[in-house]
Design a protein around this ligand. Sequence first.
Ligand code: NAD
Length: 478
Amino acid sequence: MTRFKTQLYINGQWRDASDGGTFDVLNPADETVLATVASGTVEDALACLDAAEAAFGPWAARSPRERGEVLRRAYDLFMDRIEEIARLITLENGKAGGDAMGEAKYAAEFFRWYAEEAVRSDGYLGMAPASGARLMVHQKPAGIAVLVTPWNYPAAMGTRKIGPALAAGCPVVIKPASETPLTMLALMPILEEAGVPPGLVNVLPSRASGAVVGAMLADARTRVVSFTGSTEVGRKLLHAAADNVIKPAMELGGNAPFIVCKDADIEAAAEGLMVAKMRNLGEACTAANRIYVHQDVEKPFVQSFVAKMAALKMGNGIEDGIDVGPLVNAETRDKVEFFVRDAVDKGAALELGGVRPNGAGYFFPPTVLTHVPDTAECLRDEIFGPVAAIQTFLDEEDVIRRANDTEYGLVAYVYCGDMRRGMALAERLEFGMIGLNRGLVSDPAAPFGGVKQSGLGREGGKDGLLEFQETQYISAEW
Ligand code: NAD
């Protein structure tokens, strides 16, 4: 038996899969098997819905304050065990210690933020203009929510959904990514201790993602599907959700532009790009993917940025002093390597890195490309790795057009000295979030989400709660 939680968590109990199936979770730093985890079946998925259905009424009937207090205790317990959780994130995802701790704190904050928001779900009272009837408007929990999360933030992408769902009064079934199910399973004892009743939060790791999620979306008891992952899978879930008209929240892919204007503080911009590109090793939907630097400042900017990238230390993220761990799996590493080769073949200049090391582990070094041609694949697709692709521009109209020329619209970054121009640029960018002189936009108190094919709905902030609520209006006379 391993030291990890490896079974399904259904109705507050640890269970094997109904057919006894399992799958392996690898450590991306050395490719060894970290744990063998139960692989949920359709039968198990329906058992999750049964448990969630039974938990729904009593939980929704609890006062908002009580629900908030359970979440607040979950935050405190999470913080007590934060080292352990961060370590587990590194083991299964590969990210270095600093990134893992950053994620763990961010993840815990969603419990604290929604503990506070649970008591701030407002309605209103009005009068019908013609009849004079009283219009009472309030929010009700939407019902059972199916949550599907990616591997790049094994804790935070889950808590960002569980926090608001529980605050709103909804039970959940969470299907974590098959690469990284251990962190979410490890959070269940914390939730239990915090007072989450059996059946309210169920965790269903499965290598049959399509079948188990599909079965839950085909069941009319499911009322919300909240997904974070690729646009391709998001589209499939939107189709599946349509049959039962299930409320969707979709956090999908990104292809973030990062614009450095001529009057920007070059040091600050290079530092900002380090965060926007290298946080989480570039394995983030928010990662700067297309970097546009004004031609007049290209040289000092590239010099400063390359020096910062060259100073990063690559290695097993579990060790001290490591900045860059391995990528999550061979497929992601191979894709990153392809992007570099493709760009160089088409004429890009390799300023740093680019060569994958020999030996075990899915490592790829910090890499900087300049003079990247427009035809390079890495400008169309998410790189999802530690590769910075830099281009130049002369004219702001041109850079806005190029930045907006994508089907994605999650986040854009602008570094600019003159804030009036910076604001004007920000407003013309077709993205759900803008980092203006900042390389980081994620914040539990802010509405995270994209436009166009980057998604539907928002997570975090006040808006995040609405994804798990339905508006009810009562027309009354007295
Ligand atoms: P993915 O879409 O392959 O998988 C996400 C989740 O969906 C996993 O749990 C997976 O098992 C499950 N899944 C896969 N196929 C499915 C199917 N047919 N039916 C139901 N579930 C299915 O994404 P990934 O590779 O894990 O994560 C990377 C992607 O996530 C990137 O595109 C990234 O931009 C995106 N992402 C977006 C955000 C955001 O907030 N917008 C945040 C993080 C990651």
